[in-house]
Structure formats: C-alpha cells, structure tokens
Write a protein that binds this ligand. Structure first.
Ligand SMILES: Nc1ncnc2c1ncn2[C@@H]1O[C@H](COP(=O)(O)OP(=O)(O)OP(=O)(O)O)[C@@H](O)[C@H]1O
Ligand SMILES: [Mg+2]
Length: 290
C-alpha cells in the first residue's frame, strides 16, 4: 500500500478534521455572508433544488428496488416451480420432503422480501421519529442479499442493541442501500462489506458504519464524491445501478436533515468506510449511561 494514499482519521474526535486530504467530514460547512439578500435568495433556491434532488433520488431508489425485487422474485418463483415439478415426478417420501423443504424456504424468503418492500412503501412520509435502526438495516440487507452473493460479496453484520434512533427509517434505508451498492461496485472481483451498528456513549449518538474491502478513493477525489452528478462509473452496471452521481449527494442531504454526521475514511487498494452518526430518540436519553 502506498502510504500517501492512506486517508484516515479518528472519527470519535469531536473536532472537525481539516480537509487536508486525510479525511473528510461532510456535515459541517461555513457560509460566507457578504450580500445577505442575495445569500438568502440563493439559499432559498438551493433548498428548492435540494428538495427536487431528494424527490429524484427517491424515484431512483424505488426504480432500483423494483429491479432488484423483480429479479429476486423471479429466482424464487423458479425455485418453487422446479421443486414442485420434482415433487410431482418423484413420489418417494425423501424426494418429496426435500422438495417441500425447498419450497418452504423459498416462500419464506419471498415473504421476507415482501415485508421489507411493504415496510418501505408503507412509510412514505418524511417524519423523523423514534425508529428501530437495527430493523431498518436488516430490511435493507434482505433486499440486497441475493445481489451481494451474485457479485461474490460476503457480508459481515454486527448490530448491537442500541437506543431508538431519531430518524426517518425510509430515508436511512435509502442511504444504506446507496452506500451498500457503492461498496459492492468498488469490488469488481468480490470482497467483504462490514455493516456495524453501535451506540456511542460519549456523544450519545448511534453510529452506523459501512466498510468495504474495495478499491478505495484517491485523496484528491474525496472532496468531490458528494457533488451531485460526480461519478467515476461509465453508467449503470448489469444490475441497472450506478453512474448518475446522485447517490452520495442525496445521502449527505438526508444525514444533514437528521442533524447527523457523515464521515468517510478511505485507503486506496484497501477499502472505504462511511461512518454515520445519528441522534438517539429524545425519550431514550435515560439509556445514555455507558
Ligand atoms: N465505497 C466506495 N468505494 C470507492 N469509491 C466510491 C465508493 N463510494 C463512492 N465512491 C466514488 O464516489 C462516486 C460518487 O458516488 P455516488 O454514489 O454519488 O454516485 P455513483 O455511484 O457513481 O452513481 P449513483 O448516483 O447512480 O449511485 C462514485 O462514482 C465512486 O467513484
Ligand atoms: Mg452510488
């Protein structure tokens, strides 16, 4: 590894790290106010554009979800059909038991996927409320399970028991799907993605970390990756995802709206880690004792 490409920082530091190419902390910015009316006008326009961007991203996420789940359902249906035929052809108990087991497992998986999609569809509001973040993460993982195994990605999941998070489950799921898809696309020849949820007592925040063993991001690119339409991808991959360059900018907007923090650490040739800090629900404060 070339140490000059090692872009890392201690994310528990309460100071905002300088953007010296070592790391990027994206939740803070300092507006320069010279001509106040003009700044106000520009901020209003920016807000409108951000809202439009968020709507676009929601539709993209929905489109991707339809693509992913339709493929997945087709696969499950094939399994059910093939084992049903096998059970019809072979009358012996052993083959039939096996066929029923496979059909049952496939149907249970289909039910899990439907539940995850319905969870997303049911909650279309933008309300930020006490949410079981572990459940949100599990649902997102169910949706991408098959895609990950198709691309030879192994998933290491560690979900600690944390206080409820003050968030919009749908939006955080959208963030997670974006980060997981990016992580998968950073590993052409397969690899590992680590997803971790933990409670950070000293800051009284829940922390969601998504790490990959992918190509990493050169330090000179780090400040640009959150720009709308910045993408190093030629276009959508064969799963139909990637290449618009809106994924990370929408993640940043969502985390901003939650008064959370999003940080990135990356090492070229080793991998990338996104760290999201989100506030815990107000009535969970009594759990703040370490
Ligand atoms: N985990 C990662 N590893 C390496 N590079 C990454 C990772 N995540 C993001 N990037 C880089 O940041 C760029 C911007 O990511 P972003 O998700 O915003 O757009 P995209 O993935 O190219 O397209 P889409 O908006 O369709 O997701 C990517 O094109 C890629 O170069
Ligand atoms: Mg992306």
């Amino acid at each position: 590894m070339d140490s000059s490409e090692h872009n890392e920082t201690d994310f528990l530091s309460s100071e905002i790290p300088h953007n010296d190419g070592q790391s990027l902390d994206c939740a803070e910015s300092v507006p320069v106010a010279q001509d106040q009316p003009l700044v106000d006008e520009l901020n209003t326009q920016l807000d409108i554009l951000k809202k439009q961007l968020a709507e676009t991203q929601k539709l993209t996420a929905l489109g991707e979800l339809v693509g992913t789940t339709t493929h997945e359902f087709n696969n499950i249906l094939m399994t059910v059909l093939n084992y049903a035929k096998m059970g019809m052809r072979h009358k012996d108990d052993q083959t039939r038991d096996k066929a029923f087991d496979k059909i049952l497992a496939a149907s249970q998986r289909a039910a899990k996927i439907t539940n995850a999609v319905l969870g997303m569809a049911r909650n279309r509001s933008d309300i930020i409320e006490p949410t079981d973040l572990g459940k949100v993460i599990e649902d997102a993982l169910v949706l991408l399970e098959r895609e990950m195994s198709k691309y030879r990605i192994s998933m290491e999941i560690e979900l600690m028991d944390v206080p409820e998070t003050q968030c919009n489950g749908n939006q955080i799921q959208q963030v997670l799907l974006n980060l997981l898809t990016n992580a998968r696309q950073a590993m052409d020849a397969g690899g590992t993605i680590w997803v971790k949820l933990e409670y950070q007592a000293d800051e009284n925040m829940n922390v969601l970390t998504v790490r990959d063993s992918g190509c990493g991001i050169p330090q000179e690119e780090l400040p640009r990756i959150f720009d709308p339409f910045y993408s190093t991808k030629a276009g959508p991959d064969d799963s139909g995802k990637g290449g618009t360059g809106l994924g990370l900018s929408s993640c940043l907007n969502i985390i901003d709206a939650h008064q959370g923090r999003l940080k990135i650490e990356s090492t070229v040739g080793i991998g990338t880690q996104f760290i999201i800090q989100l506030p815990i629900a107000p009535d969970e404060d009594h759990l703040a004792v370490a």
